[in-house]
Design a protein around this ligand. Sequence first.
Ligand SMILES: O=c1ccn([C@H]2C[C@H](O)[C@@H](COP(=O)(O)OP(=O)(O)OP(=O)(O)O)O2)c(=O)[nH]1
Length: 197
Amino acid sequence: MGAARSDRREEFPPVNIQVRLLDPGLPLPAYAHPGDAGADLYAAESVELAPGTWKCVPTGIAIALPEGYVGLVHPRSGLAARLGVTVLNAPGTVDAGYRGEILVNLINHDRERTVAISRGDRIAQLVVQRVERAVFEVVEELDGSARGTGGHGSTGGHVALPEAGNGHVALREAGNGRVALPEQGVGAGPLPAQQNF
Ligand SMILES: O=c1ccn([C@H]2C[C@H](O)[C@@H](COP(=O)(O)OP(=O)(O)OP(=O)(O)O)O2)c(=O)[nH]1
């Protein structure tokens, strides 16, 4: 087990990222568990989000990513599932050359409740990834592919049909590609109790 872990560290050495603590009272971004993809970012200010509104929340850190990397500001699924709060521009793109404070643009999708975010709350997660630099080459004809120009549901697609009675629309597969699911598993019910957010 220990040997397997150290092999993995050699195969995937961590990337060093310089961090400026603009608010030394907050913890460094941190991975909650080994193997997590995102390091949690903290709110440097307390903010209130009225229903349907958004705000850029400072995180109290500025970073210098190495060239060839990007920081992606992803939402936290727990905030979304419990409160309807997510990252408006998800995933936010932190460029390697950016030296300003990382901001998280949080939106409250709840239609009735104001959400209070307190300083020190974990509001988003930063996923650091390698990126390729593309060179855009103009051509007359694109190389062929199995998909061709088909998109937007061309593989079977979905149609929204009015449900009898309650005025809702339901997602339904058009054609014969529908996957059979137990009735309880479809629709907008509460999350099953075993879901851990
Ligand atoms: O969630 C985010 C997204 C971006 N940024 C910072 C880092 C990023 O490098 C910079 C610019 O972001 P982006 O390129 O997405 O914004 P833009 O609207 O295209 O602005 P610009 O013209 O400055 O590139 O803003 C954040 O702090 N948080």
